[in-house]
Design a protein around this ligand. Structure first.
Ligand SMILES: CC(=O)[C@@H](O)[C@H](O)COP(=O)(O)O
Ligand SMILES: NCC(=O)COP(=O)(O)O
Length: 269
């Protein structure tokens, strides 16, 4: 009898571990982009909010990663912030930016877990398009090979365009990050009937093509508490979302810990 009970308990426990492992493997991670905390800090010239504390707290509250985007004008995240954050970030550090010589030097010095390359020109208000992976194939290949030689996983920012996926693979990138700005705009406009999101087929097709050729999938830009769940439910291959602007705005009203938990709940399978 005792043998039967112990066998049954062992079987149930093993099944539980199997399910949890599968869920963990499929879960979509939340990387909190802390750019806008730096915007607030820079507004007064001091060190409030303290970015190092913000990053450590975001992880303590459940963030699976920290994302920063040090732009050439250092309007929010400064290059020194990136260096200072490295020893603080214990989950995954993701540095986003255009692969200029200065940016590449910084990333190779800091060695984050992931680098996300974006085609942003210096003066742009915010990221507003993905790479033309055909036109910039050689440029991207050179940057990506240098980053991968340093052991850094590379993601490249991409519009929802199937034509750009195969060339993204040949650049050597490990992942693509779907630029979700147009999705967010269309979702807002079609709020009453999200099933009418004609554009969304481009996202599904791009995600499917990426998955078919072995590119892992991230997504980001203008994701928020309203539009995130629909995206997560209809893009099953999603490894990670990076969210900043809306999350920081939500945290002003809802608190940072509560906000991070609200976003995490929208990412469960
Ligand atoms: C690449 C992207 O969509 C965002 O990560 C970007 O970093 C936002 O930049 P700002 O915070 O400067 O608007
Ligand atoms: N890669 C997207 C990102 O890091 C945050 O974008 P947003 O949520 O600030 O628009």
């Amino acid at each position: 009898m005792a043998i039967f009970i112990s066998t049954a308990v062992g079987t149930i426990f093993s099944f539980y571990i199997l399910v949890q492992t599968r869920n963990f493997a499929n879960m979509t991670k939340l990387s909190v982009n802390i750019n806008k905390f730096a915007t607030l800090r820079n507004a007064r010239g001091g060190n409030m909010p303290d970015l190092l504390k913000v990053a450590a707290d975001c992880e303590r509250f459940g963030a699976d990663g920290i994302t920063v985007h040090p732009r050439p004008d250092e309007r929010h995240i400064r290059y020194q912030d990136v260096r200072d954050l490295r020893p603080i970030v214990k989950t995954e550090f993701n540095i986003e930016g255009y692969p200029s010589p200065d940016f590449m030097d910084l990333v190779l010095e800091v060695k984050p877990e992931q680098c996300t390359l974006v085609p942003d020109p210096p003066g742009v208000l915010t990221s507003n398009t993905g790479w033309d992976t055909i036109r910039y194939q050689s440029f991207l290949r050179d940057a990506i090979s240098a980053l991968k030689a340093a052991g850094i996983r590379v993601s490249i920012f991409l519009n929802a365009d199937v034509q750009m996926v195969e060339p993204a693979k040949t650049t050597g990138a490990d992942r693509i990050e779907l630029y979700t700005g147009p999705y967010a705009e269309e979702y807002h406009n079609a709020l009453t009937q999200p099933q009418n999101l004609a554009l969304f087929n481009d996202y599904k097709n791009t995600a499917r093509e990426a998955s078919n050729i072995g590119l892992e999938l991230n997504a980001g830009h203008d994701l928020n508490l309203d539009n995130l769940r629909y995206f997560k439910l209809h893009i099953p291959q999603l490894k990670e979302v990076s969210i900043g602007h809306a999350l920081v705005c939500d945290a002003i009203y809802l608190g940072l810990e509560n906000t991070i938990q609200l976003y995490k709940r929208l990412l469960v399978d």
